[in-house]
Design a protein around this ligand. Structure first.
Ligand SMILES: [Zn+2]
Length: 523
């Protein structure tokens, strides 16, 4: 098996060849260089010379100056993603470096992959680039020398610089926590000292994952966050808009371009993306993750004020209480309902469920609905995963582009590293930090969704089992199952301090022959 051993010792690489149509007009010699056959021969020769094993040849025969076009180049980059940092595919062979950098974004992407270790080496017919800082710089310069790439670079960089130099401020945006000061045309963002700390608190509180949107809206209103125009409470959607506004981190988008702002950030990007992660998870996952309060999150409401009852633990016992954020509970202490013990709810729900007899026929009917419910849930996860995958690709493309900008910035200003140069440098580093956080946040969100998606079949089985034995085993069910059962069977649970009242949901009211409404007294 000597041959086998020799083969396994060879470094595995992909080859990339590309035929560009515009070069066809540039004479016979170019035409020959451009042909796929010629390039294929060149990469094969390079492979033999460097003792490399070509795992696959990716080829594109059309020109594309637009980034993110689906073709073999992107398939190759995807394959590196799949292969991972410790994967067996170590590099790319191409006939000349310009084949890789069809456009600005792709060049940046290649550099980023090199930097992140997904690609270790790039071989051309006569050169080899490693992932050392010097080689990355050389490659960046080589890419920039490419006529088309450099044209586009110049334009895009000028535009980005223009924006930063002239403004460094998000144009035409009013954002709570900042106000414009200065004369017309030279207005800059300044922090509003009374509001900015509240904005920061809002992000910090929401990042804990303990609030839903309504709760954080109410909570921040109670702490004094009001709309500057109306002096009234923000709507849930406005608060969502604030929580999603990246400008609070000192970075903003202008005409699709990410810009480093010249104003003081209110929060850092780590906190911002933690909040985005919580928002992602809340939007994507109906089933609560890591929440031990079976009936929290708006499942039970306070009969006095209509607010949500929220879980809390006191001396090892779980209670639900009105958060007293809405009138009359907010100011009138004696009107507030008493705390509601979780085991009391369990007991009463299980008591009612015990009386409900489920025939096999009815159970089958429920099983059908539950199956649909979970199928529906799974479809949502899959479509959300798809959305996040696209977002991650965009974020990575952006990261590549900024990294590319940074290298170009360093190259262009090699002699003149003055204060302005340093500011620019810091700006780029800040943008890169932001993009990194974004990519990592998306990765974490995807992992969580993937995990839940995989847990779904098991959860469905547990859930059906819990329904079948709802009365006798309800008490021992996991918080998730209790929650699912109550959410599936009951609606409008209200606690007034003495009674808990709910309605049976269609079609589950078939379970109870008696009334649509169930009432019980505390004593
Ligand atoms: Zn209340």
């Amino acid at each position: 098996m000597e041959t086998g051993q020799t083969i396994s010792k060879r470094m595995k690489v992909f080859a990339y060849i590309r035929k560009s149509t515009e070069e066809n007009q540039e004479g016979e010699s170019k035409k020959q260089l451009n042909s796929l056959e010629y390039q294929k021969a060149a990469v094969e020769e390079t492979a033999i010379r460097n003792n490399l094993e070509i795992v696959k040849i990716f080829k594109d025969s059309k020109t594309a100056y637009k980034a993110y076009v689906r073709d073999d180049f992107n398939k190759m980059m995807d394959a590196f993603d799949q292969d991972g940092v410790d994967g067996e595919i170590k590099g790319i062979i191409c006939s000349e470096h310009s084949r890789l950098a069809r456009n600005f974004a792709d060049g940046g992407l290649v550099l980023w992959y090199l930097q992140s270790g997904l690609i270790e080496r790039i071989y051309t017919y006569d050169k080899m680039f490693t992932n050392s800082a010097d080689d990355q710089m050389m490659l960046a310069i080589s890419f920039a020398m490419d006529k088309h790439a450099s044209d586009e670079t110049g334009f895009r960089m000028r535009r980005a610089w223009d924006i930063r130099a002239s403004q460094g401020q998000p144009p035409n945006t009013r954002l709570p926590g900042y106000r414009y000061v200065g004369e017309k045309g030279k207005k800059v963002w300044q922090i509003v000292p009374r509001v900015a700390p509240l904005i920061k608190e809002m992000f910090q509180e929401y990042a804990t994952g303990k609030y839903n949107l309504q709760e954080i809206t109410d909570c921040m209103f109670s702490r004094g966050l009001v709309s500057p125009m109306t002096k009234r409470k923000y709507s849930k959607n406005s608060v969502l808009g604030l929580l999603k506004n990246i400008a609070y981190t000192g970075v903003f988008y202008h005409k699709g371009e990410k810009v480093h702002g010249e104003y003081i950030p209110i929060i850092d990007s780590e906190l911002f993306y933690k909040v985005q992660e919580v928002l992602n998870n809340k939007a994507h996952t109906k089933i609560s993750v890591g929440n031990d309060y079976a009936y929290s999150g708006g499942l039970i409401r306070c009969a006095v004020c209509g607010g949500n009852m929220s879980g809390t633990v006191k001396k090892g016992i779980t209670y639900y209480r009105c958060l007293n954020r809405i009138e009359p509970c907010k100011s009138e202490k004696d009107k507030r309902p008493s705390y509601l013990r979780e085991d009391t709810i369990d007991e009463k729900i299980s008591e009612v469920l015990k009386k409900v007899e489920i025939s096999n026929k009815e159970f089958e009917k429920i099983a059908g609905y539950v199956n649909l419910l979970f199928e529906d849930e799974k479809t949502k996860y899959i479509s959300n995963l798809r959305k996040l995958t696209i977002q991650k690709k965009e974020a990575e493309g952006e990261l590549g582009e900024i990294t590319r900008n940074l290298l170009e910035h360093r190259r262009l200003a090699k002699e003149k590293r003055d204060d302005i140069w340093k500011d620019e440098e810091n700006g780029y580093l800040c943008l890169i930090r932001d993009s990194n956080e974004r990519v990592n946040m998306l990765k974490r969100s995807m992992e969580i969704i993937e995990e839940i998606k995989n847990k779904l079949p098991g959860m469905m089985f547990d859930f059906l089992d819990a329904i079948k034995t709802a009365g006798s085993r309800f008490y021992e069910s996991s918080p998730e199952n209790k929650r699912m059962i109550v959410r599936t069977l009951c609606a409008n649970l209200v606690w007034d301090g003495e009674n808990i009242v709910w309605k049976w949901k269609e079609p589950y009211h078939i379970l109870t022959n008696s009334a649509e409404k169930i009432n019980w007294l505390r004593e």
